[in-house]
Design a protein around this ligand. Structure first.
Ligand code: CU
Length: 242
């Protein structure tokens, strides 16, 4: 009998310990999940007039989709699309595991209807970008670091991306074509949707620099302190350069 009680006590002790460990692990997971930063990026001032482009090459194709370009895409309530929000300075040991939304076909830019799509591509620093030509005319891909002609149906131009600054992509044949590759060092980033909204999850507690970047607007940098379990909202109004 005494032996049975002994087993029971031991079993109970193990059960309690197991649940304590489980609770601790759950706590760790919650801690690891970090906090969420979200907000809306708007335009401070009037929307710039669409830029009129002069179609000097392949007009049959390139004029078919209009002759103006909106460098700043404005959505609901003056929200600005394609703003990169990046948190820098997170210590490697605190970093969430890289949970890139890795596209099956890699990081891709397409040349279609005499334009680049997407207009901003965020890519982990060191990964390769693939550029495809979907048009029936010859394009070119020029980043400064590399400059490649691309005939219709040519294979993708694939190049590694390295750096800490946004890289402008242009086409030497169609001067109005422009896109940006934005290399990031960590997974703590977001790109605003068509209405200027963004959300970054899993930010470890700490004090970091947060960059708000758009190719045609003045960049904003903020230092924000993230407290454990305290989700934050940060709205920013960006101004034009002029
Ligand atoms: Cu082109």
């Amino acid at each position: 009998m005494r032996q049975r009680i002994g087993f029971l006590v031991a079993g109970l002790a193990i059960a309690v310990m197991t649940s304590v460990v489980a609770a601790q692990q759950a706590g760790k997971v919650a801690e690891k999940a970090g906090v969420t930063l979200k907000g809306k990026i708007t335009l401070d001032g009037d929307a710039p007039a669409p830029r009129t482009i002069t179609i000097t090459k392949d007009p049959e194709l390139c004029s078919a989709h209009g002759t103006t370009v909106n460098d700043v895409k404005i959505g609901k309530d003056k929200g600005v699309a394609d703003v990169v929000v990046e948190i820098t300075g997170v210590k490697a040991k605190d970093e969430s595991p890289f949970k890139w939304d890795l596209p099956r076909d890699g990081f891709v830019i397409r040349q279609k209807d005499c334009g680049f799509s997407p207009s901003v591509l965020v890519i982990p620093n060191g990964k390769s970008v693939k550029v495809f030509n979907d048009d029936k005319v010859t394009h070119n891909v020029n980043t400064g670091a590399w400059n490649e002609m691309q005939a219709p149906d040519a294979p993708a131009v694939e190049k590694p991306v390295k750096g800490r600054k946004p890289i402008k992509v242009s086409c030497n044949i169609h001067s109005w074509m422009e896109a940006w590759i934005y290399p990031v060092q960590s997974p703590h980033f977001a790109v605003t949707n068509k209405d200027g909204e963004y959300e970054i999850k899993n930010i470890p507690a700490g004090k970091y620099r947060v960059k708000f970047w758009h190719a045609s607007l003045k960049p904003v940098k903020e230092r924000l302190t993230f407290e454990k379990d305290a989700d934050m909202t940060k709205d920013v109004a960006l101004e034009s350069f002029e």
